[in-house]
Design a binder for this molecule. Structure first.
Ligand SMILES: C[S@@+](CC[C@H](N)C(=O)[O-])C[C@H]1O[C@@H](n2cnc3c(N)ncnc32)[C@H](O)[C@@H]1O
Length: 243
């Protein structure tokens, strides 16, 4: 198995105590950099949670998007681009911009070709923090990415995304979140947070309330929260405010 219980993950957790003492990764080539091969495997294979969360996103956003004349979708840190592609299948006028590092987009591109959606998808390679994002977009998806970032880096990214979201457009967050329940009741989300400690400089899995606040502070409305059935994964959909 190459993702979700892979050797790459077990190896990272083997060094967890050192990461705890260091308050962040000891890797010289960490998960925030291009060429982190685990993200290639992640894009090629997806995980048990990807399709479930993408289905919740599509159900939440498609009824609104179907009524829009133009639906430009930016899938940020897209990996397999499952989020953008499921939406494209449901919303015929949707056009997707799939943004990730070039080594990951090799796998995204192969998937898009297999699905026969090449004429609906454009690929944008580079760093989500610096690459020109073009836009505006009616829908911006940031799925399973903010956990890799500190709250302040996540806020910087969300503000950058707000600047390219059309007024009245939607930002969509999807990802594992921790709640008020004890860690054992939500082991998957806490385990992912430990993995982020071992793999990133300052990432951790936040609470749903933290993500809602970050989104609202970045120029969007207070987001509506959707639970992905059976998983500690939430989807938050918020509207870009005018002005
Ligand atoms: C956990 S994966 C999520 C992939 C996809 N959104 C999903 O939910 O299936 C995180 C993705 O973000 C990408 N990524 C992380 N930091 C990035 C950055 N600074 N610039 C571009 N892509 C980045 C990684 O390459 C990886 O494909």
């Amino acid at each position: 198995m190459q993702v979700a219980a892979s050797y790459a993950e077990w190896d990272a957790l083997r060094d967890l105590s050192a990461a705890v003492r260091n308050d962040g990764t000891l890797l010289r080539h960490d998960a925030e950099m291009p060429g982190f091969t685990y993200w290639e495997a992640f894009a090629a294979n997806g995980t048990f949670a990807t399709k479930a969360a993408a289905t919740v996103v599509t159900d939440a956003v498609a009824p609104w998007a179907q009524g829009q004349e133009t639906v430009r979708v930016l899938d940020v840190g897209c990996g397999s681009a499952t989020f953008g592609l499921l939406l494209a299948q449901r919303v015929p006028q949707a056009r997707i911009v799939a943004l990730d590092w070039p080594d990951v987009l090799v796998h995204t591109r192969a998937r898009v070709e297999r699905m026969g959606l090449t004429d609906r998808v454009r690929f944008l390679d580079g760093d989500v923090f610096t690459v020109p994002l073009d836009g505006p977009y009616e829908v911006v998806v940031v799925a399973n990415l903010l956990a890799q970032l500190s709250p302040s880096r996540a806020r910087t990214l969300l503000r950058r995304l707000a600047a390219v979201t059309a007024p009245g457009g939607r930002i969509v967050f999807a990802g594992f979140t921790v709640g008020d329940e004890p860690p054992a009741a939500s082991a998957g989300a806490h385990l992912l947070s430990l993995l982020m400690l071992a793999w990133t400089r300052s990432g951790e899995v936040g609470s749903t309330a933290r993500y809602q606040t970050l989104i609202a502070e970045s120029g969007f409305s207070v987001g509506k929260v959707y639970q992905v059935p059976g998983l500690p994964v939430r989807v938050i959909v918020a509207e870009r405010e005018n002005g």
